[in-house]
Design a protein around this ligand. Structure first.
Ligand code: TRP
Length: 457
C-alpha cells in the first residue's frame, strides 16, 4: 500500500470543520431530541453528558491516535499496529456498522429533501399541528416518494465521495456548518418565546431521577457514541487525513464541545415547541419532522425559514453521510486495490438496498420485525446501542494492550512539541474507566447485574 502520498485536509480550520461536520448531523438535530423525548427528558440529558465526558472524549482521542499514527483505513490501521493478530476485526465491525448506519440514516436524510421541496412549493401554509402529524405519517408510509428521495441522497453522497477528500468533504463543510449554527440560534429564540415554552425547558433541564433505568442509560450511551461518530473507526479514517501538526487533544475537545452544543441547541429549539403545540415528546423518529414545521409557521416568511433550515439540515446530514461512506470506501479501495470510484459504487449499491428496506419498514414492511423492531429501528438499535459502544470498548482495550505509552504520548503531543497535562488521567480513562463502564452498562441492560445482586442478597 502506498502511504507516503496520502492526501490530507488542506488547513487547520478545514480539519476542525470537516470533523465537526462528521460529528454534527441528524444525530444532533433529529435523533437527540427524539431520544430525550422517549427517555424521560432531563435525566437522560444528564447521563448523556456523563457519557460524553467519561467515555466519549477518551475514545475519540484514542481513535485520533490510531488514525494519524497509521495513516490508514480502519481495518488496515489495526493490521499495521498489530500484524498477524485478530485485532483488525474491530475494523470490520466499523466497516459493517457504517453500512448499517447509512441504511437508516439515508432514509431520514431523504425526508429532509422532501421537506425542502414542500417548503419551496409553499406546502406549509395554513396547516395545523394535527395536519403536520397526519401529513408526515402519510408521507413516511408511502412506497415510492421516500425511496426516491433516499436514493437521491445516496447519489449526492456518492458524488461528494468520488470528488475526493479535499475538494468534496472539506469545501462543503467550510461554509455550511457556521450557517447552520446561526439558523439554530435564531430558531431557539423563536421557540423559547412561544406560549407555554417553559414546560418544554423544564422537561429538558429539570431531571426526574426516578426515570433512570438500564434502558435509559444504554440509550444515553448509544446517543453519545452515535453523535460523536465514535466506536467504529470513522474518526480513525478522518484522523488518517490529518496533518502531522494538527493538535489532536484540542481537536477532540473542540469537536466534542461543539457537537454537544448543537444537540443542546436542537433541544432548546424543539421542546418548548413540542409542549406549546401539544405534541407528544415520545413521538419517536417523526418528532422533529412534526414539531419544526409548526415553529416555522409562527415566523414571518415561514416557508423561507423552513426551506433554509431543511437545506442546512440536509447538508449537515451530507457531511455525516460522506464520513460514513468514506469508511467502507477507503477500506475496499485500499485493502482490495480496487479503484476508488469502483469501491464507492459497490458501497453505494449496498447502502441503497438496506435503505430501501428501511424506508419500506414504515409502511408495507412494518410487520417484518426483528426482535420486535421494524427494520429501520433494528439497524438503529444494533449500531448505536451495540456495535458502536462495543467497538469503542475494544478500541480502548486494543490501544491499552498493544501500544507503548511513549509512542502514544509522542503522537498525542506531536512528538513532544505541545504539552499534554492530563496524559495520565487520559490513559487511566482509556485503559480502565471507559471499557469497564461500557461493560457494566451492557451487563446491566442484559439484566446480568440485577441477577448477581439478587444472588448475593
Ligand atoms: N455523528 C453523526 C450524526 O450525529 C452521524 C455519524 C457520522 C456517525 N459518522 C458516524 C455515527 C460514525 C456513528 C459513527 O449525525
Amino acid at each position: 500500500m502506498e502511504q507516503n502520498n496520502r492526501v490530507t485536509f488542506g488547513s487547520k480550520l478545514g480539519v476542525i470543520l470537516a470533523t465537526v461536520g462528521c460529528a454534527v448531523g441528524l444525530g444532533n438535530i433529529w435523533r437527540f431530541p427524539y431520544m430525550v423525548g422517549s427517555n424521560g427528558g432531563a435525566a437522560f440529558l444528564l447521563i448523556y453528558f456523563l457519557c460524553i465526558l467519561l467515555l466519549g472524549l477518551p475514545v475519540m482521542l484514542t481513535e485520533f491516535y490510531i488514525g494519524r499514527h497509521t495513516q490508514c483505513n480502519t481495518a488496515g490501521a489495526f493490521k499495521q499496529i498489530a500484524p498477524g493478530t485478530r485485532w483488525h476485526l474491530i475494523g470490520y465491525n466499523g466497516v459493517l456498522a457504517s453500512l448499517f448506519i447509512l441504511g437508516f440514516y439515508s432514509v431520514v436524510a431523504g425526508w429532509t429533501l422532501q421537506y425542502i421541496f414542500e417548503a419551496i412549493g409553499g406546502g406549509l401554509d395554513g396547516k395545523t399541528a394535527e395536519d403536520f402529524k397526519l401529513g408526515f405519517e402519510a408521507f413516511s408510509t408511502e412506497i415510492w416518494l421516500p425511496i426516491f428521495w433516499t436514493l437521491i441522497f445516496i447519489a449526492l453522497t456518492h458524488i461528494v465521495i468520488i470528488s475526493g477528500v479535499k475538494g468534496g468533504i472539506e469545501r462543503t463543510s467550510k461554509f455550511m456548518m457556521p450557517l447552520l449554527f446561526v439558523i439554530l440560534i435564531a430558531l431557539c429564540i423563536r421557540s423559547v418565546t412561544l406560549p407555554g415554552a417553559m414546560e418544554g425547558l423544564i422537561f429538558l433541564f429539570k431531571p426526574d431521577f426516578s426515570r433512570i433505568d438500564s434502558s435509559v442509560v444504554l440509550s444515553a450511551m448509544g446517543q453519545a457514541f452515535f453523535s460523536l461518530s465514535i466506536g467504529m473507526g470513522c474518526l480513525i479514517t478522518y484522523a488518517s487525513y490529518f496533518q502531522k501538526d494538527t493538535k489532536l487533544q484540542r481537536t477532540a475537545l473542540e469537536v466534542t464541545l461543539l457537537d454537544a452544543l448543537v444537540a443542546i441547541l436542537a433541544g432548546i429549539m424543539i421542546f418548548p415547541a413540542v409542549f406549546s403545540f401539544n405534541i407528544a415528546p415520545t413521538a419517536g423518529p417523526e418528532l422533529v419532522f412534526i414539531t419544526l414545521p409548526n415553529v416555522f409557521q409562527q415566523l414571518p416568511w415561514g416557508n423561507v425559514w423552513s426551506a433554509v433550515f431543511f437545506i442546512l439540515l440536509a447538508v449537515a446530514a451530507l457531511t455525516s453521510t460522506i464520513s460514513l461512506h468514506e469508511v467502507p470506501t477507503a477500506y475496499v479501495h485500499e485493502e482490495y486495490n480496487i479503484p476508488r470510484w469502483k469501491a464507492a459504487l459497490i458501497v453505494s449499491f449496498g447502502v441503497a438496498v438496506l435503505a430501501i428496506i428501511s424506508s419500506l419498514s414504515f409502511g408495507v414492511l412494518k410487520n417484518m420485525t426483528i426482535g420486535g423492531l421494524i427494520f429501520f429501528d433494528f439497524l438503529d438499535y444494533l449500531t448505536a446501542k451495540i456495535m458502536l459502544p462495543l467497538g469503542g470498548m475494544l478500541i480502548c482495550i486494543f490501544v491499552a494492550r498493544r501500544v507503548d505509552r511513549k509512542v502514544l504520548k509522542a503522537e498525542l503531543t506531536n512528538q513532544g512539541t505541545i504539552p499534554f497535562h492530563f496524559f495520565n488521567t487520559y490513559v487511566f480513562f482509556m485503559r480502565f474507566v471507559a471499557p469497564i463502564a461500557i461493560g457494566i452498562i451492557f451487563l446491566n441492560e442484559l439484566g446480568v447485574l440485577q441477577w448477581i445482586v439478587r444472588l448475593f442478597s
